[in-house]
Ligand binder design. Structure first.
Ligand SMILES: Cc1cc2nc3c(=O)[nH]c(=O)nc-3n(C[C@H](O)[C@H](O)[C@H](O)COP(=O)(O)OP(=O)(O)OC[C@H]3O[C@@H](n4cnc5c(N)ncnc54)[C@H](O)[C@@H]3O)c2cc1C
Length: 568
């Protein structure tokens, strides 16, 4: 029988960076462990060798560039018409219609580099006019219908971790904008153990879900780096991928069914275990980014908690050798559950960033194998011991045949320990004059090397200047039978006068280059506002027309998150 479970409180995300407000800061301690401290100095954040490496590579002069005090962030008065506000209060109650400064600021934009630069410089011009917190599907439908009548834009808000401009509070037609924060809809509704299905509200976050599932010895296993704050509804709306998605599947593979509240009514889509009743409407809701309505409930496929988890590192002489090895694993259906192959730039930077005797010893070991300028691969297996051992043994012999050398379980375990710390470190780098941003794509195994070269070249050309050069670090983050994803991290000396334009130019050039080389517009970050000008190159003009027609049917007044996905 399905059972109801209560879940814990979920902390707020800070406005100008990552983590709960006023708490911890990450730094790399001697020995490579990341510690949390209140000390915001660069010396604390990065080992000396890493600071020197970055200064030399980038032409970067470390300098203090802290965010403006939160009280100095500018916020315009709310434009929500008084009569509309009154109707919303009647519908949801006073406490669930907020237009105070704190509520609006905390729901302003997401966490891309552009979002953070704006917030850190005191700009909240994309803030919503009010924040609504509905309790259930019926209230969401009522809000959508009321806003359709009054021409008020509605932006669903999950964890606020979008990195593609998915949460803009401005509208091209200058209509008022309300954010629909789904935090109150964050309960676990039921667990159906025999069917391995769990039903939950869209505002629930990963840690709360995993805590609740642990009571049943179950797990969802979806672990994006934003796991602490992102929500189930957000994952579905963006077609997210987690760190173990090579094994457990992308989030969309985990959604069995969902409820989509639209201005035209409620859609229930998906019928587990499987159905052939016409085209898959669930597929339309996944990745719809709030443009068709609001996901108000999800039923997800879960699995038994793994009895063992094994992580280890491997090294390869070159990026090409590492890619060839992964491709062979993929062809034989032997890809591990976690696959992360870092290119030489990322491998080198990671080893320097880790600092300490362990990383120095590993650097020495790689040099002695002739892998000194090679690549590190982190792999992870999860599941029943017998299956894990069998898969591991088979993969190990292929990796060896392909020139891989085992770098040990400490490399894998270090990755596991630190896998959620990167965004905390990013805040410290932003405090010291750096541009830090990521982008991602995927391509077939045949196109992958070309896409990799094209993206790196475009970024390096766009961000180079006299005495300046960006550092572009790349890893394969997910593997498939037919190809893999590429995740690029870009560091550059920030243009303090025009930081937004500096990144926008690089983003434009790299997106053009990736598409021309055969990569996808986005593998897991979604389209948002940032990628929408390119959507027709991905799905074709007819594809865009189909999406527009669906939107016109579900959202005739065009109030559902109109600033994202579809080109304007
Ligand atoms: C540091 C960091 C690391 C990240 N790592 C990863 C990663 O490893 N993998 C990955 O896939 N992504 C990653 N992301 C991106 C982001 O976390 C994902 O896109 C995530 O799915 C967004 O979830 P959210 O709940 O925060 O959604 P939000 O950011 O609140 O919203 C995202 C979009 O979905 C819409 N939306 C939200 N909830 C609903 C709903 N219930 N119904 C309809 N529309 C809705 C919003 O309107 C918006 O357009 C990362 C982001 C950051 C900042």
């Amino acid at each position: 029988m399905p059972q109801t479970v209560r879940v814990a409180e979920q902390p707020e995300l800070t406005v100008q960076g990552w983590g709960p407000p006023g708490t911890r800061v990450a730094h790399v301690a001697e020995g490579g462990t990341l510690e949390l401290t209140a000390d915001k100095s660069l010396a604390k954040a990065l080992p000396k060798a890493a600071r020197k490496h970055l200064a030399r590579e980038l032409g970067w002069t470390p300098r203090r560039t802290p965010p403006v005090p939160l009280d100095d962030v500018e916020l315009a008065a709310s434009r929500l018409p008084v009569p509309v506000r009154a109707e919303l209060v009647t519908l949801l109650g006073q406490e669930n219609v907020r237009d105070d400064r704190g509520s609006r600021l905390r729901r302003t934009g997401g966490k891309s580099y552009l979002d953070l630069v704006r917030r850190r410089s005191g700009d909240a011009s994309d803030a919503p006019d009010a924040v609504l917190t509905p309790a259930d599907t019926a209230e969401v439908v009522a809000v959508l219908q009321l806003c359709s009548r009054h021409g008020v834009v509605v932006v669903p808000f999950g964890g606020g971790t979008s990195v593609v401009g998915g949460l803009s509070g401005t509208d091209v037609d200058d209509r008022p904008v309300v954010v629909l924060d789904l935090a109150r809809m964050s309960g676990l509704v039921s667990v159906d153990v025999p069917s391995s299905l769990v039903t939950a509200g869209p505002g629930m976050r990963g840690p709360a879900l995993e805590d609740a599932l642990a009571e049943h010895d179950l797990t969802l296993g979806h672990l994006p780096q934003s796991w602490e704050f992102a929500t189930l509804g957000g994952y579905a709306a963006t077609r997210s991928a987690g760190q173990a998605s090579t094994g457990v599947g992308r989030f969309e593979d985990l959604v069995a069914s969902l409820t989509l509240a639209t201005p035209s009514g409620v859609l229930e889509v998906g019928h587990p275990p499987a159905s052939a009743a016409g085209p898959d409407l669930l597929g339309l809701a996944l990745g719809s980014e709030g443009t068709l309505g609001v996901i108000t409930e999800l039923t997800l496929r879960v699995r038994p908690r793994p009895e063992v988890e094994e992580y280890e590192g491997w090294s390869f002489r070159s990026w090409a050798a590492g890619l060839a090895a992964l491709q062979r694993l993929a062809r034989h259906d032997l890809l591990p559950d976690v696959v992360r192959l870092s290119d030489p730039d990322e491998t080198r930077a990671n080893l320097l960033l880790s600092g300490g005797a362990g990383a120095r010893a590993l650097r020495g070991a790689l040099r002695s194998r002739g892998h000194g300028s090679g690549c590190l691969l982190v792999v992870g297996w999860q599941g029943l011991p017998t299956l894990v051992r069998a898969r591991q043994r088979a993969a190990t012999s292929l990796l060896r045949e392909d020139g891989g050398k085992r770098a040990g379980s400490r490399v894998g375990e270090a990755w596991v320990r630190h896998r959620f710390e990167g965004p905390y470190l990013r805040d410290r780098l932003l405090d010291h004059g750096l541009l830090v941003e990521t982008l991602e794509t995927a391509a077939t195994w045949s196109a992958l090397p070309t896409v990799y070269d094209a993206a790196r070249r475009a970024l390096r050309e766009a961000l180079a200047g006299p005495g300046k050069q960006p550092l572009v670090m790349t890893h394969v983050s997910h593997g498939y039978a037919t190809g893999a994803s590429l995740y690029l991290t870009v560091l550059a000396d920030r243009d303090d006068d025009l930081p937004l334009q500096q990144w926008l130019g690089a983003k434009r050039a790299s997106t053009d280059a990736v598409l021309a080389a055969g990569g996808t517009l986005t593998h897991h970050h979604a389209v948002g506002a940032d990628h929408r000008p390119w959507l027709d190159r991905e799905v074709g003009p007819l594809g865009v027309d189909v999406l527009r027609a669906v939107k016109a049917s579900l959202d005739p007044a065009g109030i559902c998150n109109p600033g994202v996905l579809l080109p304007s």
